[in-house]
Write a protein that binds this ligand. Structure first.
Ligand code: SF4
Length: 331
């Protein structure tokens, strides 16, 4: 059960409130740890140049417009998955882009995040995970008539055993989130499954993100935002790059950087936080430019894709016929 939704915020002025109400009159040990180590900010305010967002936007547009492929973009969207996969292996990027299909593995995170969203606001707040997951399935069912959408797969293609497995795995994620995250108080302006975008070059290049969770810890101060990506299965270096991409988009959107980003592993209730500074944004900008240019060359110029072996070979559908991966494995 979630703590009493009417409880006072667990944080006051950016510090944990010692008597914060939880399910049994206090936070669980894991919730308390998350509150203190992830969601507690120093008292001091940070300062950044007033024109930081404009300067980042200008640099992005300058660097991207040097690519003739990017200049062919027409309202073209580039997301974190596009950038991380194209930088890892171009051919795998193209093949996985064209072969996405809903399955228990691809749907469980989406369904769990929707359930967390439903459990954080409105009449379902405080309901147990199985109820929230059921409500999430119902909400996606509205898209059942559109092939390719999750609702269509749930209604038309998913077997009963897959459905049971999916709901069980999603409920597991929701349970772990509720156990390890303090209740999302409205004073934090929680955003769950929150879309964000930055439009560049007259709107022809769109950088798009969807934050699993964003909290603004001091009311009305976007520089105190913490963005969290919920994961299972541990940490990977690419997760940090993905979150830096989010920090860049949020800086362009809010005109000040978020305070912190973090990957939160639900299986272990541990997290890897990174506080955002101008150096981090510089790194995110350079990587974003590289990734967008490579995507544009492949998508819009039809340049032949290269192959680069790495951890992604383990789940690449081209692996059996890939001489590059095989030589990599023999090294
Ligand atoms: S097996 Fe590895 S190197 Fe080959 S295409 Fe796939 S990801 Fe690239």
């Amino acid at each position: 059960m979630l703590p009493d939704p009417s409880a006072a915020p667990a944080v006051m002025n950016g510090r944990p409130r010692p008597d914060a109400a939880g399910p049994a009159g206090g936070l669980t040990a894991a919730q308390q740890h998350t509150l203190e180590a992830l969601l507690t900010l120093p008292e001091e305010r940070r300062s950044f140049p007033d024109n930081l967002a404009d300067a980042l936007r200008a640099r992005l547009e300058d660097d991207l417009s040097a690519s003739s492929a990017v200049m062919k973009a027409a309202k073209t969207t580039f997301g974190k998955h596009d950038i991380s996969t194209v930088l890892a292996c171009e051919d795998h990027h193209l093949s996985s882009k064209n072969t996405f299909a809903w399955s228990v593995a691809t749907a469980r995170g989406t369904l769990a995040h929707k359930a967390i969203q439903l459990g954080s606001f409105g009449p379902l707040r405080g309901q147990p995970p199985s109820v929230l997951v059921g409500a999430a399935v119902t909400s996606y069912a509205e898209g059942w008539e559109r092939p390719g959408e999750l609702g269509h797969w749930l209604a038309e293609e998913c077997s009963p055993s897959e459905r049971s497995e999916l709901e069980g795995e999603a409920a597991d994620r929701v349970t772990k989130f509720q156990d390890s995250f303090p209740p999302l108080h409205s004073g934090w302006a929680p955003r769950v499954e929150s879309p964000a975008k930055a439009e560049l070059l007259d709107g022809n290049v769109v950088l798009r993100a969807k934050y699993d969770l964003a909290l603004t810890l001091r009311r009305g101060d976007p520089s105190t935002t913490v963005i969290v990506d919920l994961k299972t299965g541990g940490f990977a270096p690419a997760h940090q790059d993905d979150l830096r991409f989010y920090a860049l988009i949020e800086t362009l959107r809010a005109r000040v950087p978020p305070w912190r980003v973090a990957t939160f592993d639900l299986d272990s209730a541990t997290f890897v936080p990174e506080d955002i500074n101008e150096g981090v944004l510089d790194a995110a900008l350079a990587r974003t430019v590289r990734g967008v240019i490579l995507c544009a060359e492949l998508w819009l110029d039809n340049r032949e894709a290269t192959r680069t072996p790495g951890p992604q070979c383990r789940w690449c559908e081209l692996r059996l016929d890939c001489s590059v991966a095989q030589s990599f494995e023999q090294d």
